[in-house]
Design a protein around this ligand. Structure first.
Ligand SMILES: [Zn+2]
Ligand SMILES: [Zn+2]
Length: 285
């Protein structure tokens, strides 16, 4: 650490301040990710290959996202882009602020842009994508795909580099064939496990909200998440991070035990992403 408390460059391999002239120590991983926050109060996922770094959603305040990144030794100044899944506030709250503060292009579909416009404010560099059409952000290949959720044009993503693939699917009422096809072959999955069905039915939410969550355009239950994982499981799946857990209608223990039933003959590591603290940094080779 430097005397003022910031991590020295040499502290963190692969996360140097820009401009990185020539990488003296190339990172010993292909992709690295950290779920900075997950849940109905805010979502943000950091993905990097050590030189290109992006956020998938920025649904906390800009300040809080910066704070969480720095607490993991990650520099917000090194971000290259923000990718937006859909226009709900828990996914875009900090997008406008971070984009303006760090001069970041914001990737989203045109329909999401229209729906999010009032909340985002002025975005100087809007880049559009369409679900189903892959594109690149420097070295990273991003493949957005449609998910079933009550937003105008919601997207899940895979992010890949040199054959290593991360799949991200939260905020989906059902796992369609399209979702399953895209999530096959990932080394790491960030999968929604929103609610325990019994807790939701017996819980305090008003009936219309319960119906919305259970609907085809709502959120994925633990049991549905287990079935989705069972459909895309393969021997090289290293990690599953369960995400967007309801704080009212689920517990980390219930999510792990239900979804974990899909992994009985597999060495895949299973963890839960939380609302109030960032996950571990996960490095994939
Ligand atoms: Zn959400
Ligand atoms: Zn949503």
């Amino acid at each position: 650490m430097t005397p003022n408390g910031t991590p020295a460059d040499s502290d963190i391999q692969g996360f140097r301040m820009k401009p990185p002239s020539a990488p003296e120590n190339p990172p010993d991983f292909n992709l690295c990710t950290c779920v900075l926050a997950s849940g109905s109060k805010g979502n943000a996922i950091y993905v990097s290959d050590g030189s290109t770094s992006i956020l998938v959603d920025a649904g906390l305040s800009g300040i809080e996202i910066e704070r969480r990144m720095k607490s993991k030794g990650l520099y917000p100044e090194n971000l290259d882009a923000v990718l937006v899944s859909h226009e709900h506030g828990d996914h875009i709250q900090g997008v406008g602020v971070l984009s303006r503060r760090f001069n970041l292009p914001v990737y989203m579909t045109p329909k999401t842009k229209t729906a999010a416009a009032a909340q985002l404010g002025n975005i100087h560099d809007f880049k559009k994508f369409e679900c189903g059409a892959a594109f690149k952000i420097e070295n990273l290949t991003i493949h957005p795909f449609s998910i079933s959720h009550d937003a105008d044009d919601p997207a899940g993503f895979t992010i890949s580099l040199d054959g290593t693939k991360i799949g991200i699917a939260t905020d989906l009422g059902i796992a369609t064939t399209v979702v399953k096809e895209h999530l096959k072959g990932c080394a790491l999955l960030i999968l929604e496990a929103n609610h325990d069905e019994t807790m939701l039915v017996n819980g305090p939410y008003p009936w219309p909200l319960k119906q919305r969550i259970q609907s085809r355009t709502g959120h994925l239950s633990n049991a549905a998440s287990k079935n989705l994982l069972g459909a895309v499981l393969h021997d090289r799946l290293e990690y599953v991070m369960l995400a967007h857990l309801s704080e009212t209608n689920n517990t980390p223990q219930k999510a792990i035990s239900e979804v974990g039933r899909a992994l009985t003959r597999n060495r895949t590591k299973l963890a839960v992403a939380l609302q109030d603290e960032s996950s571990a940094l996960i490095h994939l080779k």
